[in-house]
Design a protein around this ligand. Structure first.
Ligand code: URA
Length: 196
């Protein structure tokens, strides 16, 4: 759309992030503490995309710093993904009130930021954490139970979805399939390791 064209004015991740921090495009900004954009190095070859900030993220200004984030960090360590090669963000940059799911118009208005973020980070691999990220970046028809662990392309970039770490906290039976997915991610990353 034409608003993606507006994003071309941001030619590096720093200027995009600065503009995103000032975004008031949807109603979510008035109900949250701050815009939460990313954690990790922009040079990373692996980019993880969650849903949106929760209460801890809203308070601290970084994605995945609460209970789900601690679990995610354990998964990344187990999968031998080094911290300096993982960039973490969310579909939605402002916490929805009471942690409700973002509405489709909110996701839509936030999407150009994520699209440009992906272009500027230019990762080798995108990992969608949960259904919202998968539906946003892989297919609107994605069903996480059916479609997790299937590899696709997003604008030429390898992409896969797995369960959200918060879902694992609610249902420990999901830990095994997530670990199966991350073993494939680990092996993919090992194959990148020799590259620049
Ligand atoms: N859940 C998410 O999807 N993102 C966060 O940043 C934290 C929890």
């Amino acid at each position: 759309g034409s608003y993606m064209l507006d994003m071309l004015q941001y030619e590096d991740i720093e200027s995009l992030t600065a503009a995103n921090l000032a975004c008031q495009a949807c109603g979510l900004r008035r109900g949250c503490t701050q815009v939460v954009i990313s954690r990790g190095r922009p040079q990373s070859r692996v980019m993880l995309v969650g849903e949106g900030p929760g209460a801890n993220e809203d308070r601290l200004g970084q994605p995945f710093v609460g209970a789900a984030g601690q679990l995610l960090d354990k998964i990344l360590t187990a999968a031998e993904l080094p911290r300096e090669d993982v960039y973490i963000t969310n579909v939605i940059k402002c916490r929805p009130p009471g942690n409700r799911l973002p509405k489709s118009d909110e996701t839509k208005s936030c999407l150009p930021w994520l699209e440009r973020q992906i272009e500027l980070i230019s990762p080798r691999l995108l990992v969608c954490l949960g259904a919202l990220a998968g539906q946003t970046l892989i297919s609107p028809n994605l069903r996480i139970t059916r479609d997790r662990g299937k590899w696709h392309k997003y604008r030429g970039i390898d992409i896969v979805a797995t369960y959200h770490p918060a879902a694992l906290l609610r249902d420990s039976a999901l830990k095994r399939p997530v670990w199966e997915d991350f073993k494939v991610i680990r092996d993919y990353y090992r194959n990148l390791a020799g590259e620049a």
